[in-house]
Write a protein that binds this ligand. Structure first.
Ligand SMILES: [Zn+2]
Ligand SMILES: [Zn+2]
Length: 345
């Protein structure tokens, strides 16, 4: 089967290779991949900014159909439509595993970086990682369950960062920003979405998803608007950095009020400068989150099932794995919002 693989450490080193179909082990299932999302992490792996263990098939945002089940597995049948959490193995004995934070396991291996992922035709994963796709969620839309679960983990699950009546600023209306926007709106906040000249199409989607204000920071200073719409002009209650761009991180520090909250959702891939004195002067709470937890997956699935969050409108491009290079270029040039790869054959 054709697979998009990181074949060696270093920058680049991604190739389409022909590999054997994976063999299923005990307590695993074999999934026929239907759709797999290209994520910022895949680009970071391309640029060697995120750890990977080549040779390895990339792709950790997967939706597909079960075609083989190990006999130990209950609760699933051949033909079930599923998506999968990303950890392939966690150690079960480190302090984080024991506390239930498997996303922070010191010895974790994830699909798409540590073990073979979904930019190919077939994938084996532990059955404990599976979630059924709701009936109203297509394979394409379901491939975005993983990024949604990451957003839920950072926004709602540890502990909730947003409460009704908050004024929230979201910087960066890409896929992660637009998922964050929908989750934050569902929690009852007023949302200001910030972007740049290249975000016109994204602004339209942001408005469709209920963003109360959208603003191009290259044309207008957002501070005036934030002063107008917040109590006594104090500033935003909470800011979400979803762009992974250094200037946005700095700007959000100006927009958040004293005793407000800064949440880092995007990844920069490198160190950025940040005025940490403001953490003291403003008594800010700054939080981040890594990947997702089973709890955040369950909540993500419910948000998709009841229509609170829509992922389909985010999908702008679908390529076959043969065209992975075009797909990666397209994604990197920010031509669309979310790009999927689908197996060929
Ligand atoms: Zn991802
Ligand atoms: Zn562990």
């Amino acid at each position: 089967m054709k697979a998009v693989m990181k074949v060696a450490p270093g920058i680049g080193n991604i190739e389409l290779r022909d590999i054997d179909e994976p063999k299923m082990q005990a307590e695993q299932v074999k999934i026929k991949v239907h759709s797999a999302g290209i994520c910022g992490t895949d680009l970071h792996i391309y640029k060697d900014e995120y750890p990977s263990f080549p040779p390895v098939v990339l792709g950790h945002e997967v939706a597909g159909e079960i075609i083989e089940i190990s006999k130990e597995v209950d609760g699933y049948q051949i033909g079930d439509r599923v998506t999968t959490e990303t950890y392939f193995s966690t150690c079960g004995i480190c302090a984080y595993c024991r506390d239930g934070y498997t996303n922070l396991c010191l010895n974790r291996l994830s699909i798409g970086s540590g073990v073979n992922g979904g930019f190919t035709q077939y994938l084996v994963v532990p059955a404990t990682n599976l979630h059924h796709l709701p009936e109203n969620v297509s394979f394409e839309a379901g491939a975005l369950t993983e990024p949604l679960a990451c957003v839920v983990n950072g926004v709602l699950d540890k502990p909730p960062t947003v409460t009704p009546g908050d004024v929230a600023v979201i910087a960066g209306p890409g896929a992660i920003g637009l998922l964050t926007l929908q989750v934050v709106k569902s929690a009852g906040a007023t949302v200001v979405t910030l972007g740049t000249d290249t975000d016109q199409q994204r602004f339209e989607l942001a408005e469709q998803f209920g963003s109360d204000y959208t603003l191009n920071v290259q044309q207008q200073d957002p501070l005036d608007l934030i002063r107008q719409i917040t109590n006594e002009g104090l500033g935003a209650d909470i800011v979400y950095e979803c762009s992974g761009a250094g200037p946005a991180a700095m700007q959000l520090i100006d927009l958040v009020r004293r005793q407000g909250r800064y949440v880092q959702v995007g990844l920069f891939g490198h160190a950025v400068s940040w005025d940490l004195d403001q953490l003291c002067y403003k008594e800010l709470i700054a939080t981040g989150s890594f990947a997702s937890t089973p709890e955040s997956w369950r909540r993500a699935i419910r948000l998709l099932a009841d229509g609170t969050v829509q992922t389909m409108p985010l999908i702008t491009d679908i390529f076959g794995v043969n065209d992975w290079r075009k797909a990666f270029d397209n994604f990197e040039q920010r031509n669309g919002i979310k790009t999927l790869l689908q197996p060929v054959g």
